[in-house]
Write a protein that binds this ligand. Structure first.
Ligand code: AQP
Length: 346
């Protein structure tokens, strides 16, 4: 098949993103993704899903899975995602995601998946014992995005490679099935100091819910005392904060804390650095703790309120599923026609 330049996509701007329902959300998920969900809901039609199909690529306790899913929904709403503006829904309740993923499994090439670094990191030494789902995870992610013909996807930097795969799949599908511009060539929205939040214990590792040390991350449900204590204990060095961003970059832990401050304050990193230049962590950490508590406490409180009564969340989810299926259904139907499947309704 000869590759051609991507044909322009003529559909509307549409935003999509999701968060796995595999456990407590942390500041990295919040600053890397959820903050952008809130901003983008003012700009276009938005679909924010609770990625439970992705979550089960590693073992999840069936007795806890639905509760974890509601927790992520509560995090979205408590952070300011407005269910009247954005559809919020569980991925597993919209079967079109899995249906399109199968077709994309037949479009994507093994060599493309073999290059995915997240699979290598997550499967570690035990590749043969990993689920097949973990391997094809980025193909499902492409389906999540393209089943809504989403043009923009707000994510943290760790998802950049998966987004490139989505673009490759869209382009190959459009070429293979003679449908230029059918799927958009989606743009990732990865910007600002929140795009890569690192562990509080190791400036070289990303903040992650699977890190065994709870002190490595700030969870959205942490109480004010825990937030302040984790920041107090965060790994740093004895030097005062430098003058330039280039000097700061050489000190990953310090760089991370200044980045967190900037992302929480919604200010450029250079401006934050200018404010604290020459000061040590004895002064910077309390300022950061105060800001983090001020920003995160209302979110945690609202999450606890929402999670105490699942009926409110479930109402939002049911409406979200309806909105999502109204878009995803016709896209899958058209895709199946392009592939050449028999149509029972024809
Ligand atoms: N440390 C991070 N900094 C910035 N953004 C981040 N994201 C995750 N970690 C950071 C972004 O959060 C969104 C949802 O992530 P996810 O839960 O779907 O998957 P993940 O990237 O695997 O998140 P975790 O918490 O790190 O989980 P584990 O420990 O299982 O790997 C995505 O947009 C992601 O970029």
């Amino acid at each position: 098949m000869t590759e051609t330049a991507p044909a322009p996509y003529a559909g509307p701007k549409r935003i999509l993103s999701g968060v796995q329902t595999s456990g407590s959300l942390h500041l990295g998920n919040y600053l890397g993704a959820i903050v952008k969900f809130v901003r983008l809901q003012e700009e276009a039609e938005c679909f924010y899903f609770l990625a439970d199909l992705h979550a089960i690529t590693v073992w999840q306790d069936p007795a806890k899975l639905a509760g974890q899913m509601r927790e992520v929904a509560a995090a979205f709403i408590a952070s300011g995602v407005n269910p009247n503006k954005a559809a919020i829904f569980p991925q597993s309740a919209v079967p079109e995601h899995a249906e399109l993923a199968w077709i994309f499994n037949c479009v994507a090439r093994l060599g493309w998946l073999d290059r995915m670094t997240q699979f290598k990191e997550k499967s570690g030494q035990h590749k043969e014992r990993s689920s097949v789902g973990l391997y094809t995870y980025p193909v499902l992610q492409a389906a999540d995005i393209l089943v809504y013909k989403a043009t923009h996807v707000p994510v943290g930097e760790d998802q950049k490679q998966h987004l490139e795969l989505t673009r490759d799949i869209a382009q190959k599908f459009n070429n293979d099935f003679g449908a230029p511009g059918f799927f958009p060539i989606t743009e990732p929205v990865i910007e600002g100091p929140g795009a890569r939040i690192m562990s509080l214990r190791d400036g070289a590792a990303k903040m992650s819910k699977s890190d065994p040390s709870d002190n490595s991350r700030i969870n959205l449900l942490d109480e004010a005392d825990a937030i302040a204590q984790k920041i107090r204990k965060a790994k740093t060095d004895p030097e005062p904060l430098p003058e330039t961003l280039d000097e700061l970059k050489l000190r990953p832990e310090a760089d991370n804390l200044v980045g967190i401050y900037a992302a929480l304050a919604g200010r450029p990193k250079a401006e934050v650095l200018a404010q604290f230049t020459g000061q040590g962590f004895g002064a910077f950490k309390p300022a950061l703790a105060e800001l983090a508590v001020e920003r995160m406490r209302p979110i945690g409180d609202e999450m606890r309120r929402l999670m105490a009564d699942p009926t409110e969340i479930d109402k939002v989810l049911k409406a979200g599923v309806e909105k999502a299926r109204a878009v995803a259904g016709p896209v899958v139907a058209e895709t199946k026609t392009l592939v050449g499947f028999w149509d029972a309704k024809a």
